[in-house]
Design a protein around this ligand. Structure first.
Ligand code: ADP
Length: 431
């Protein structure tokens, strides 16, 4: 007998048995019978043509019909159905077809079933990956929204805190001014100094919070002026000498090629960034340690390195410390001492420093062999700053062009006109 005739012979038994086993209710069974009939028709087509891909549209539709909850529970809905189809085919063929013809049917249907199992497994896995990646996208969006609201909250809270802080600062200054100069060592003056120190520290923290939200929202504006790295480092050295001495540390600032070269940048912001790195080096180095500032000139860049003999940084944290609130270590051991050994702050210093360096078109990174408070492997922070020959801000560019030894612009801007009055018309200038 022809294979197709054999398949036609067992068609109804096959459909009845599978539908009874897999679909319990009457209503469900009816539509399932329709699906099974389609499957059987396509199975026949596949066998006749030798191309199992005939089943693809139906198999894909079955896989795609999986619900969201099935995907969440990672249930494989099709393999039990396909397993049942294989088993029932075996039973029905054995019961209704002579042994010789049965072998022929098995030989024809088995490769198609293997193909169907493989195809559905692949499509199910693909659907799963799509589902997980959608879920990840949703989580990412939620996190972004949360981060944005956190950043907005920080900005608003910081601005709100500034007003009462200004009042406290003003009143404590007025209170101190009530005391004559000779009373400067009185108990009251000591108490007022305590208030002033506290408010100064609070102002620093609030300013950091505002800086972080400015960086987060790409709103940090730079005031480009000529900058000399050596001047910034000397200033920082002067400011930190007392702290370094209190901690019996040594701060060495070496001169290096490019150290005294003029570049354009925001001096206040760059100073803030370099001081953050130096303050951290002091903070995370035990008493008696050494902090060395060095650097080199690279084509188009100046690289500054700040190396300490401190506790070092775990290799896993080398990037994390530049993230907002990325301070590492146990938060319960948190101390707000600015330069006390391991006196961690709120974890905003390095993200702000990175924001400042990034805004200058530079880069910052750190190297350390790991964290160890006993052996103190130390850390080396690298800051790469582009050498900017002309201010990117056109207003200051005009002003500083002679200082940077750049050729004057061939246009009639005010500066050039004033320097070369004979070429211009005085009446025009007055106008
Ligand atoms: P913090 O206010 O905690 O100092 P920072 O953003 O300045 O915040 O630094 C983030 C974290 O990076 C710190 O909590 C500290 O764990 C680590 N860190 C920064 N500088 C150093 C350093 N020189 N040596 C060791 N750890 C450092």
């Amino acid at each position: 007998m022809q294979i197709i005739e054999l398949l036609v012979k067992i068609r109804q038994v096959w459909i009845d048995r599978i539908s009874h086993r897999l679909a319990r209710g009457e209503g469900v069974r009816e539509s399932f019978i329709h699906e099974l009939s389609q499957f059987y028709d396509l199975l026949q087509q596949a066998i006749v043509t030798g191309d199992p891909a005939w089943l693809d549209p139906l198999l894909d539709a079955w896989v795609d019909a999986r619900t969201k909850s099935e995907l969440e529970k990672q249930e494989t809905s099709l393999s039990p159905i396909l397993n049942q189809i294989v088993l029932t085919t075996y039973e029905v063929v054995s019961e209704n077809i002579a042994e010789k013809d049965a072998l022929e049917i098995f030989g024809a249907v088995l490769p198609v079933y293997v193909y169907a199992l493989d195809r559905t497994a692949q499509r199910e896995a693909q659907l799963h990956i799509e589902h997980i990646s959608n879920e990840l996208d949703n989580v990412r969006l939620t996190l972004e929204r949360l981060d944005k609201s956190k950043s907005d909250f920080i900005a608003v809270a910081a601005h709100e805190l500034k007003t009462p802080l200004t009042l406290i600062e003003g009143y404590s200054t007025m209170l101190r001014d009530q005391f004559p100069i000779i009373d400067q060592s009185s108990q009251s003056i000591i108490l007022i100094s305590g208030i002033k120190n506290g408010t100064r520290r609070l102002r620093e923290i609030i300013d950091d919070m505002i800086d972080v939200s400015l960086i987060d929202n790409d709103m940090m504006s730079l005031n480009f002026q000529p900058v000399w790295i050596n001047q910034l480092l000397t200033l920082a050295e002067q400011e930190l000498t007392e702290t370094v001495n209190t901690r019996s540390q040594t701060l060495e600032i070496n001169s290096f090629p490019g150290y005294d070269e003029m570049t354009f940048g925001d001096p206040e912001r760059l100073y803030q960034g370099l001081k953050n790195i130096l303050t951290n080096a002091i903070k995370y180095t035990p008493d008696g340690g050494t902090i060395t500032v060095d650097g080199r000139k690279l084509p188009g860049f100046i690289e500054i390195t700040v190396k300490d003999t401190g506790i070092g940084i775990d290799v896993a944290d080398l990037e994390r410390i530049f993230e907002k609130f990325g301070r590492i270590g146990d938060a319960s051991l948190h101390s707000s001492g600015k330069t006390k050994f391991k006196g961690g702050g709120p974890g905003l210093g390095l993200p702000i420093t990175k924001g400042i360096i990034d805004a200058h078109g530079g880069a910052i990174w750190v190297e350390s062999d790991g964290y160890d408070e006993i052996t103190c492997p130390g850390s080396t922070f690298h800051v790469l700053l582009p050498i900017i020959k002309e201010s990117p801000d056109f207003r200051t560019a005009k002003l500083f062009r002679p200082l940077a030894n750049l050729p004057k612009e061939e246009n009639n801007d005010e500066l050039i006109s004033e320097e070369q009055p004979e070429k211009g018309n005085p009446t025009d200038l007055d106008a």
